[in-house]
Design a protein around this ligand. Structure first.
Ligand code: ADA
Length: 603
């Protein structure tokens, strides 16, 4: 799905700003016809979550209504006109001028409505009903009353099956945009290497074929070179291949980008144009190594969240710049979009600044008991399609993650495993194995160029690892298990990583490890929740994983402290595993990790 652009063939305008707003706890808006317009109660900022913008609605995850009006900019008549929601959490239903345009379920991926035949020159009214509720048959799921067998049998409030606050609302921009009648509707870019040359393959999809044949002109410029080719378009699309001699490759150290320009011509005149920054690179798995441009790769970085005071999960460009600056300062080269696809603005900067991204769907906290299973599986596949369709052209995206910590193992299997790493036969629920086998196959069908993974906490019990290219393990030995015993936890982690690697000899990423550290809390000798404990825990686990050649990644959990639901194990409804505070100030561990990742001795 292409991001809207303004150029001589297309226009876009951002509807961000202050919208009319009204909570609807009785869910009466639909029957009272609020879709045609409603008397506002509040003013709300878009984009941003609604939870922290008011004084007393933080924990509200029900229904709320947004409304704005707009006139069409000059010159848009005669064009095809669309409205694009970059993300609305969780379920959105949209009306324009009183007519329902449709619905979208899922809180972190874009959706578009064609409003060409419904939009007026002036006085358009756009209304959105947002249902932020939690439910067992949603992805991610909620209102389970506490997950049987989860690490903590307590029930969070709000009742999530995952460990971050369920922010709601129109959290990313809403954009109006045009396309010409004959338009480029999608581009898929695949890059390969041939010696020192880059091979850039471009698949071009066009809008419904008109009468007159069209020609596609594809131009690639950058680093002192420019090459171009033309293709007639028969039907709805065509492919073009460009060779770049002695290509300037994309990597974290050299995030070289080229300007790809695709134009549609009819009788020699340009009728549409789309430009895209692309990076020439390859990513591959070879044995138990991960290769970038044919060279072994080590990922050092973080699991993160989109999270900040007041805006919640709302897009905040300055925070994106800050977080990349912090990751650059500390020496990270990668992150995972835990536990949902991040904003398109965040992904664009990963390309430009040179960060390697494990792109993860919103499938966190899944369980495989019957209630809602069929719908959750269908939603997981929908979100895989939407994520790959949106992010497939980013050179920074090197891997797809189809879930975080799904609860796949039987309880008794887990008890035996936690006791002494005993792996019983068939420890995973067959429904889970079937679901992830199908999802891994879907990823490879949609994008055969990138490895697929599943981020598991089940360890060697995770039978779905069989279908993954890369093994990702979240593990907290010395925190949730062997609490207070960093060295004993290290021994257990060492044994477990080796066991998993024997069973699944694939590249291995320690995708989460860390401890809570209350900012300003100190103890010597280190004790849990002190900054010293976090610093020593991370230092020793980084040194352990550095010594294992098949461990191709270490992602600390987390870059920053972040908001969670309320629960007995979350002081102030906050997860303090950040090595930076929620307002981005370094803890002791940040300095230790920076020394380690810059090759200095951090003891
Ligand atoms: C899990 C989970 C994270 C976070 C972490 C923790 O690994 O994937 O979202 O909850 O544990 O802090 O406990």
């Amino acid at each position: 799905m292409l991001y809207p652009q303004s150029n001589t063939c297309r226009q876009m305008t951002d509807l961000s700003g202050f919208w009319d707003f009204r909570f609807d706890p009785a869910d009466q808006g639909v029957e009272q016809g609020w879709g045609a317009g409603f008397d506002p109660g509040e003013i709300i900022a878009v984009p941003a979550s609604w939870n922290d913008q008011f004084v007393d609605w933080r924990d509200y995850t029900g229904v709320a209504w947004y409304q704005t009006t707009f006139d069409l900019p000059w010159g848009w008549h005669g064009q095809k006109i669309f409205v694009r929601f970059n993300a609305v959490s969780y379920l959105a239903r949209v009306w324009l001028n009183g007519e329902c345009l449709g619905e979208h379920e899922g809180g972190y991926l874009p959706f578009v409505f064609d409003i060409t035949d419904r939009v007026k020159a002036e006085g358009n009214r756009l209304v959105v009903r947002v249902d932020g509720d939690l439910a067992p048959d949603r992805v991610p799921p909620g209102k389970l009353g506490g997950l049987p067998g989860a690490a903590f049998p307590t029930v969070n409030f709000p009742d999530t099956s995952y460990d971050f606050f369920p922010y709601c609302g129109i959290q990313r921009p809403v954009i109006l945009y045009t396309q010409p009648p004959d338009a480029i509707t999608d581009l898929t870019v695949i890059t390969e290497l041939d010696g020192t040359d880059g091979v850039v393959r471009v698949r071009i999809e066009r809008s419904t074929p008109g009468e007159a044949p069209l020609t596609a002109r594809v131009t690639l410029a950058g680093h002192g070179a420019e090459s171009s080719t033309e293709r007639r378009i028969e039907g709805t699309g065509t492919e073009a291949t460009l060779i770049v001699r002695d290509a300037a490759l994309w990597s974290p150290d050299t995030p070289n980008l080229y300007d790809l320009r695709v134009e549609l011509l009819r009788d020699g005149a340009v009728v549409d144009r789309y430009t895209l920054a692309i990076g020439i690179r390859t990513i591959a798995v070879e044995g138990d190594r991960l290769l970038l441009n044919g060279e072994p790769l080590k990922l050092v970085g973080f699991g993160r969240h989109e999270d900040f005071p007041v805006v919640g999960k709302g897009l905040l460009p300055a925070l994106i710049v800050k977080d990349y600056a912090l990751m650059r300062w500390i020496g990270a080269n990668s992150f995972r979009t835990s536990h949902y696809p991040y904003s398109e603005q965040m992904m664009d900067l990963a390309d430009r600044l040179g960060f390697l991204v494990i792109d993860e769907t919103p499938a966190v906290g899944l369980f495989f008991f019957e209630e809602g299973l069929e719908k959750r599986n269908r939603l997981c596949q929908q979100m895989i399609r939407e994520m790959i369709d949106r992010d497939k052209n980013h050179p920074s995206v090197i891997m797809w993650s189809i879930a975080n910590e799904p609860h796949t193992a039987y309880l008794e299997a887990r008890e035996a495993y936690y006791r002494d790493l005993t792996v019983v036969d068939h420890p995973s629920r067959p429904e889970a194995v079937a679901a992830f086998k199908a999802q891994a196959e879907l990823v490879r069908e949609l994008d055969p160029t990138r490895p697929v993974t599943l981020v598991s906490h089940e360890g060697a019990l995770e039978e779905a690892f069989e279908f993954m290219d890369v093994i990702c393990l979240n593990r907290y030995h010395g925190w949730y298990s062997l609490s207070g015993q960093i060295d004993h936890g290290l021994e257990r982690l060492d044994a477990e990583i080796e066991l998993i690697h024997r069973l699944y000899p694939k590249p291995f990423i320690l995708s989460e490890f860390g401890t809570d550290a209350i900012p300003g809390h100190h103890a010597q000798p280190p004790e849990m929740f002190s900054e010293e404990y976090q610093a020593e825990f991370l230092t020793k686990q980084i040194q352990l994983t550095n010594a294992k050649p098949f461990v191709v990644g270490q992602h600390i959990w987390n870059l920053c402290d972040f908001k969670t639901s309320q629960a007995v194990h979350r002081v102030g409804a906050t997860n303090y595993k950040g090595i930076f505070t929620r307002d981005r100030r370094p803890k002791l561990a940040a300095h230790r990790v920076r020394a380690l990742w810059h090759g200095e001795d951090a003891t």
